[in-house]
Ligand binder design. Structure first.
Ligand SMILES: [Fe+2]
Ligand SMILES: [Fe+2]
Length: 325
């Protein structure tokens, strides 16, 4: 199905249909799975929703790594709930992508063999407990910044999935901030761990918004189709403006000496992340790319007997029903 879809993308869409489609989007109507849509729209959304789903699933790995080592029972229960939420987010999103004619198995296979990507942030390790706070606060915080506008995206199933996801993400961010606040207000060693976590995760979090607008290949058409609502740079700036006062409130040092309030712009100036690092991580050379994909491949292989069992059960049930009719 996916292969067919990619092939048919080369065919030109009917200009009249295209214009009517654009008018619907301009009027603020939602596009639903059975409606006509240009192949480029379908293909872009499958890539975007699929990558998003994969990010939720792979994103469980750096945090799952700390469940057994959470410092208290309460923190452990919170982290467990959060990591489970991420699995749920992955499932809503795979379902949204499936409405466009690609199966969850196909998407999974494309993740496992590297044809599809997930957010570059999850290729960084979580080295200490403060990282778990920083991930919730900064990484989920950046995710929310990206996702809140997507509640208004033009594709109905994606927009509805986002509404539910955003509600849960705000809990994730709050628990992260609470965890890191405890560390920042703790012993000098704990404060040092909090500072180290912020220093290491700051630039990778800024990278989550994607390359600068001038280097972003998909932006213009996606904005016209309301697949994307804000530009990467707009969202990144919003994230910096929201987060700097929070870092100051924690009594931590800013992770970038270039951060300075710019009276004229009414925004914080900041140093751009090292984009060569970003592209290198995307290419597969981040600190954890190999581990992450190996973990997902192992989970898929280990789960083969469950899938086989479910399939056999469904087939037997269907055969019994058929025999009874
Ligand atoms: Fe999530
Ligand atoms: Fe989250």
């Amino acid at each position: 199905m996916y292969a067919q879809m990619v092939k048919s993308e080369a065919t030109n869409d009917d200009p009249e249909k295209l214009a009517a489609f654009q008018e619907r989007i301009d009027r603020g109507e939602k596009i639903e799975p059975k409606d006509w849509m240009p192949e480029g729209y379908r293909k872009t959304l499958i890539r975007q929703i699929g990558q998003h789903a994969h990010s939720e699933i792979v994103g469980q790995l750096p945090e799952g790594n700390w469940i057994t080592r959470a410092p208290t029972l309460e923190r452990k229960a919170i982290l467990l709930a959060k990591v489970q939420d991420e699995a749920g987010h992955g499932l809503y999103l795979y379902c949204a992508a499936e409405t466009m004619g690609v199966s969850r198995d196909e998407l999974t296979e494309m993740l496992l063999d590297g044809r599809m990507k997930y957010s570059s942030i999850f290729n960084y390790p979580t080295l200490n407990w403060a990282d778990i706070g920083a991930v919730g606060w900064l990484v989920d915080g950046a995710a929310i910044m990206n996702q809140v506008p997507l509640q208004r995206t033009s594709f109905g199933p994606y927009s509805r999935a986002m509404i539910r996801i955003c509600k849960e993400e705000s809990f994730h961010q709050r628990q992260g901030y609470d965890a890191i606040r405890k560390m920042a207000e703790g012993t000098p060693e704990q404060k040092k761990m909090a500072q180290d976590a912020v220093n290491r995760l700051w630039f990778p979090s800024l990278m989550m918004f994607g390359p600068s607008d001038k280097d972003s290949t998909h932006s213009e058409q996606s904005m016209k189709w309301k697949i994307k609502i804000n530009t990467n740079d707009e969202l990144r700036q919003k994230f910096v403006d929201q987060t700097v006062p929070q870092i100051e409130f924690l009594g931590l040092d800013l992770p970038d000496p270039g951060i300075k309030w710019n009276e004229e712009r009414g925004h914080y100036d900041y140093t751009d992340p090292d984009w060569s690092e970003f592209f290198d991580v995307i290419k597969g050379n981040g600190p954890c790319n190999v581990d992450r994909l190996a973990a997902r491949n192992k989970a898929w292989d280990d789960g083969a007997w469950v899938r086989d069992g479910l399939l056999a059960h469904a087939q037997k049930k269907a055969a019994r029903k058929h025999a009874a009719e």
